[in-house]
Write a protein that binds this ligand. Structure first.
Ligand code: GAL
Length: 398
């Protein structure tokens, strides 16, 4: 009897332990499933269809015929990964949440005389579709191999298919020998004198805001303006604009592209001279253009900025930092943009007016480990608001 009782107790205890273990595992599995079920998990590893962390940094998303295409910088491991060793990676998706690796859209070249030779810097690629020519056009920031960030050029490549292969056409510094639309009479006169190497009369100099910045503009007037961090935006009338950090990153330029999107037209404006904006992203919502940018601190995060305008060429009015909340993974809130830097404002084609703000968390010491922050944008009283969320669902758009 005692023996039977002992055996019974052992069985009972084992059952209790098993029930406990199974229920703990069940709870854990449920937690895991609910975590994985979230459409977006900002800051976390984001797997593609092969279970590999998506490699498309500083990216942009194109929508074409029911598919999204996410283009970005393909990074390799270590700090060497900040240079282009592979090219521009592209992923495709029909729902914005599961992404299929579609390969390398633009490959770096092995030819040492090519601007996009392996070891150059290719950043922030953005692809747009030109309805007139039927071509996909990719613009990007290019730094020539071995020159650090001195070259400050923009490059362009084309393809007949969204996923490529893209054919590199040229790199350049835009709008040489051309004055912007919004230059004042005094500024134009000053640039004229600076180009001749003449001193500016005090009366003229005192009429100019940010003379030091205008001197940088004048310095590059003949050879073309610097173009670093950039985006491309196609407007309602199919005209395309490139927005880029120019003048030693002190001023953004908004520049109209030709009808085939392959060159600059010389029609452009300077946006906030001396405003020190980088990482531009553009959206149009209910009659207004919105611009999301960062300040200048290299790979390190800083507070996001936003601007609003009635016309894409401006004038642009500065609003307050659009971000709120704190990323619990790194304790960064609006003062550091959750640890990220803006790269694109993505509009859902199936839900026009709903935008996702895309940011990069850079990991310059191991570039391939850079992370993505995608968050919904809320438009309220003529401003954008981007609230931190640990995870969120596409159907929970506010
Ligand atoms: C950041 C810029 C990046 C990259 C980096 C290099 O400010 O947004 O795209 O150029 O500087 O330090």
């Amino acid at each position: 009897m005692t023996k039977m009782f002992r055996q019974y107790r052992i069985v009972a205890n084992i059952s209790v332990i098993l029930v406990f273990v199974f229920s703990t595992l069940l709870v854990k599995a449920k937690e895991q499933a609910s975590k994985q079920k979230a459409d977006f998990n900002p800051g976390k590893i984001w797997h593609d269809n092969n279970g590999v962390h998506i490699n498309a940094h500083g990216g942009g998303v194109l929508h074409h015929k029911g598919q999204y295409y996410w283009f970005g910088e393909h990074k390799i491991a270590g700090s060497e990964g900040n240079k282009a060793h592979v090219g521009v990676h592209v992923y495709s998706s029909s729902n914005l949440t599961s992404w299929k690796d579609a390969g390398i859209a633009l490959k770096v070249s092995d030819d040492p005389s090519s601007d996009i030779v392996k070891g150059s810097v290719i950043e922030r690629p953005k692809v747009v579709y030109n309805k007139q020519t039927g071509k996909f056009v990719m613009w990007f920031h290019l730094e020539l191999k071995g020159q650090g960030y001195k070259a400050a050029r923009t490059g362009v490549a084309v393809s007949d298919k969204p996923t490529g292969p893209y054919l590199f056409i040229k790199s350049l510094r835009p709008n040489a020998k051309t004055y912007p639309m919004n230059i004042s009479k005094a500024e134009k006169q000053a640039v004229g004198l600076l180009l001749k190497g003449q001193e500016l009369p005090e009366t003229l100099a005192s009429n100019i805001d940010n003379l030091a910045v205008l001197k940088v503009f004048a310095r590059d007037f003949s050879g073309g303006q610097m173009a670093r961090d950039m985006t491309v935006y196609v407007d309602k009338d199919d005209k395309a604009y490139q927005v880029y950090s120019s003048e030693e990153n002190l001023t953004l330029h908004v520049s109209l592209l030709s009808d085939d999107y392959l060159s600059h037209t010389g029609i452009y404006t300077r946006l906030h001279p001396g405003g020190r904006n980088e990482a531009p992203a553009v959206a149009y919502h209910q009659g207004k253009y919105y611009l999301l940018t960062s300040g200048l601190s290299g790979w390190r995060p800083n507070p996001a900025r936003q601007y609003v305008a009635e016309q894409i060429m401006g004038p642009w009015k500065k609003l307050s930092n659009p971000t709120t909340g704190v990323n619990a993974q790194n304790n960064f809130g609006p003062e550091k943009t959750f640890g990220g830097q803006s790269t694109f404002l993505l509009e859902r084609y199936d839900q026009p007016g709903q935008f996702i703000a895309m940011f990069d968390i850079w990991r310059p010491k191991n570039a391939i480990d850079g992370r993505y922050i995608w968050l919904p944008v809320e438009f309220k009283n003529g401003a954008m608001f981007i609230k931190w969320q640990e995870n969120w669902q596409l159907n929970a758009f506010e």
